[in-house]
Design a binder for this molecule. Structure first.
Ligand SMILES: [Zn+2]
Length: 235
């Protein structure tokens, strides 16, 4: 099962966006009338509080960017548990939760934590920074291949490899940055990030693979604990 919460950012725009069936704002979404989705109201409250706090954090950033978050529900009942951040065609930040993701959260704090993490990716400009890293690394790899006397095809291959390396180099850092700011957003929005981070206990741990896309869960929990301690939050 793929979850964008644990997927690398560069996959967010491709792999995850394809899964969107039809989306709706939390205010219009009432969940399942049979009561199978008791968290619909909670999700609406979390969306309002986290969305407002994410906007505040976003406006504080030196990088000029659109801070009007849209938080949506993917209505496809068969979509796997997933939450991700992307930009629409106008550069407006969009955070999408699938219904099974909402159901898989055990409380409002977990929902807030996942939402805070996704919002933090946008606040920190990760999509733009990732594409800058990819371009810079592609240019560097291409230049080196040119110096070695490579032909046009070899230079193009080198640039492609460079773009991949440039993205890969910062993926783990970006995740930890998003966990750190996500903890602050969660807390300021009125939720407990220490309770919210229990979500990590239920997602697969990628371990510390050298070329892995995500840091080990232990490292992520550590960042949450440190940030929470700085906020004066007792464990
Ligand atoms: Zn992330």
């Amino acid at each position: 099962m793929r979850r964008c919460f644990v997927l690398p950012l560069f996959l967010l725009l491709s792999a995850c966006a394809q899964g969107v069936f039809s989306v709706q704002s939390p205010e219009d979404w009432l969940g399942d009338a049979s009561g199978a989705e008791p968290t619909a109201q909670t999700f609406q409250q979390v969306s309002q509080a986290v969305g407002a706090e994410a906007r505040k954090q976003c406006l504080k950033q030196p990088r000029r960017q659109n801070c009007e978050f849209r938080i949506l529900v993917d209505l496809n009942p068969r979509a796997p548990a997933n939450a991700y951040q992307t930009l629409d065609e106008n550069g407006q930040p969009v955070i999408v939760f699938t219904r099974s993701m909402i159901r898989s959260a055990q409380n409002a704090d977990e929902l807030a934590f996942v939402m805070g993490h996704e919002a933090a990716h946008h606040v920190l400009g990760h999509i733009a920074r990732q594409s800058e890293n990819a371009s810079a690394s592609a240019a560097e790899f291409g230049r080196r291949e040119q110096l070695r006397g490579g032909d046009a095809a070899a230079i193009e291959e080198a640039q492609k490899l460079g773009a991949k390396v440039g993205v890969q180099a910062y993926l783990k850092d970006f995740e930890l940055e998003a966990d750190q700011l996500g903890t602050i957003i969660t807390y300021n929005a009125g939720y407990n990030p220490l309770v919210g981070a229990k979500f990590f206990d239920r997602i697969p741990d990628p371990g510390d693979k050298f070329l892995g896309t995500h840091p080990p869960n232990e490292q992520r929990v550590q960042i949450v604990l440190e940030t929470a301690a700085q906020l004066g939050l007792a464990q």
